[in-house]
Design a binder for this molecule. Sequence first.
Ligand SMILES: O=P(O)(O)OC[C@H]1O[C@H](O[C@H]2O[C@H](CO)[C@@H](O)[C@H](O)[C@H]2O)[C@H](O)[C@@H](O)[C@@H]1O
Length: 367
Amino acid sequence: MTKQNMVISDAKSGLTMAAIAVAMSESTLFQSKPKNGYFTRKKLLKFLETNGNGAKINALLDSMRASSPTRRPSDAQDQNSWIINQPSALTKFDEITSASKGKQIVVFLDYDGTLSPIVEDPDRAFMTNEMRDAVRDVAKFFPTAIVSGRCRAKVHNFVKLDELYYAGSHGMDIKGPSKGQKGNQTVLCQPARDFLPMIDEVYKSLLEKIKYIPGAKVENNKFCLSVHFRCVEEQKWGELADQVKSVIKNYQKLRLTQGRKVLEIRPTIKWDKGNALEFLLESLGYADSDDVLPVYIGDDRTDEDAFKVLRKRGQGVGILVTKAPKETNASYSLQEPYEASTITARYAVLKAFSGVEEVVPTKALLT
Ligand SMILES: O=P(O)(O)OC[C@H]1O[C@H](O[C@H]2O[C@H](CO)[C@@H](O)[C@H](O)[C@H]2O)[C@H](O)[C@@H](O)[C@@H]1O
């Protein structure tokens, strides 16, 4: 395990690294500062073993506090190492295009924070027409999928392009091409189907529990739930965290993760955006192929699961959209807020891959 992928999260606890780091530096076991900004895996595991649930309880609020996407690099050295490790995908496009020679590019796009700007009201996170045109154009040349934490129908409604593949609920609801029958049919992949009644039940409980907290909002993403705290005063975050924990403590088969000013409640099954990426590649006929170059663009912690898969495959291009340096498994970065000119430029370069024929959308996707 490399330093890079160690610091994102730890599957054993489900805690974010920011929360673990805060808790570890407060622990009597680890008074000293981590070397080069990293704790060793050995220390990390020891900490988790010795602290167990106590650490988790305090860590949730700490983690909510640490989740601001506007954090700035602490010093120039951080900024420089970021530019070296995750250079701009636009300035390095020659490098990216040369890796794609003779390969089929498949494009994966996250929605919130990647195609649409982050806004206060999740129901009003619209993408611009310019962005839609760029995505439509990219999809003419390369199989293109949207991979989002949102409910599949909702994200489809935002994007409004029928010729794409959609993976909603963090990849737990995929409408994709059917294996071995490229261009003819679509398949549904819903590995968390059994959780639907439980998710509905928890949704109703959460609506009741958080209705007294001004600005809090729960969003039903079908196979998972989002509890938004972007519009909640910081003094109330602890109360919100307590309410959420009081509901999910009764559901051992659900887990809590975190995104951008949002707590996500998800089934404990091992299925994430990385699995969705692999499923879609397999469905397109590229399971073990060396002839494919997946390009995944995302901004969130959940997108790290897909970046990790690309690293594991030793194949593809992970691009993190962010203004500030972050620990990531992506290889390149793009700045946010995402400017229309950036995607247009990216599209123009993608289009410049020579000899690419237009992708014919499957009939089933058009009906
Ligand atoms: O995987 P994504 O497509 O990035 O979806 C992740 C979550 O995105 C949305 O929440 C985020 O964007 C909102 C609108 O800009 C913002 O208000 C919120 O603070 C962000 O966390 C969406 O509402 C969630 O359901 C998704 O899980």
